[in-house]
Design a protein around this ligand. Structure first.
Ligand code: PMV
Length: 302
């Protein structure tokens, strides 16, 4: 066993496909350079510094089980720059960083697939039916296309970009929003089929735009995706306020990101406009975060 092991994992924003991904549609997410850092130390007893949640315990136990250690005494320190429960993937990032640090402490380096599967299991403590998009992007970094049952495909970006995140500050439960959409879809299968069809064309075009670095087109398609999410009933007044304020201030596109019903929105803008859009989001009552994309996923830091 080493004396300590450090690992970190990025948060994420869903660019296209929240909720639709639960129904088997492909989604695109990007890793953000806002990270959860975990240090695991050799210790005399089990000790958690930072958050103590069911997910944290599950991640530590899963890591210890993987390394088959008799000695279960580890000190796990969690430091996070990610706001929690706002759709920026803090659960998956926390679980992956813990699993990497604790297994690393025992000299074991897991593959990306192993990390993904273990982090996905941990996410089930937070909501019952996670699609897997959060662990997919946090483990791999960059931009990924993710489809349930099909897997993860890295997306080659034509050009790097920075997102402006607007946090409404309103907490919400992803599970409750997923359930809301389930009821919507069950009662109106034909309407849901139509929305899915439009979404499916939108995400294909978005993939092309990302690969070409065509941000005008990408922004427009983000607006379409926001409209579809509104139709599903997962946006709200505060999210719309931040979305429309950003568009008015010259964003190329803006949409809610994550489960909706609160949480965060994202805006895409040219480099020159990043700051002014962040200010507009603040004036509209949101907390702005300027977040470049992280090319790397889970990394061992020492
Ligand atoms: O955890 P959040 O808020 O980023 O939302 C996840 C996206 C959903 O599609 C709503 C749920 C899922 O499991 O993919």
């Amino acid at each position: 066993m080493r004396a300590f092991c450090k690992a970190s994992a990025p948060g994420k924003a869903i660019l296209f496909g929240e909720h639709f991904v639960v129904y088997g549609e492909p989604a695109i997410a990007v890793a953000l350079n806002i990270r959860v850092k975990v240090t695991a130390y050799k210790s005399q007893s089990k000790f958690i510094e930072g958050f103590r949640t069911a997910l944290v315990n599950k991640a530590i136990d899963a890591a210890l089980k993987t390394v088959n250690s008799e000695d279960k005494n580890v000190h796990v320190k969690i430091e996070s720059d990610l706001p929690v429960s706002v759709g920026l993937g803090s659960s998956a990032a926390t679980a992956s960083a813990i699993i990497a640090a604790v297994t690393g402490l025992f000299g074991v380096k897991l593959s990306k697939d192993e990390l993904f599967n273990m982090a996905l299991e941990c996410e089930k403590t937070v909501h019952v039916n996670p699609s897997g998009i959060d662990p997919a992007v946090t483990v791999n970094g960059g931009a990924v296309l993710y489809q349930r049952g099909v897997g993860i495909k890295p997306v080659k970006l034509g050009e790097d970009f920075t997102l402006i995140i607007g946090n409404t500050g309103e907490g919400r439960s992803t599970g409750a929003m997923v359930e809301k959409v389930r009821i919507f879809a069950e009662r109106r299968r034909d309407v849901m089929d139509g929305l899915r069809k439009t979404y499916s064309s939108t995400v294909l075009r978005a993939l092309e735009a990302l690969e070409k670095g065509d941000f005008e087109e990408l922004g427009l398609l983000m607006n379409v995706n926001h409209g579809l999410l509104e139709a599903l009933g997962v946006s709200n007044f505060k999210l719309n306020k931040l979305v429309y304020a950003s568009r008015e201030a010259g964003a190329l596109g803006a949409k809610l990101t994550g489960g909706g019903g609160g949480g965060c929105m994202i805006a895409l803008a040219s480099k020159e406009r990043l700051k002014s859009i962040a200010e507009v989001i603040m004036r509209a009552g949101g907390e702005p975060i300027i977040a470049p994309i992280s090319k790397v996923g889970v990394v061992y830091e020492g």
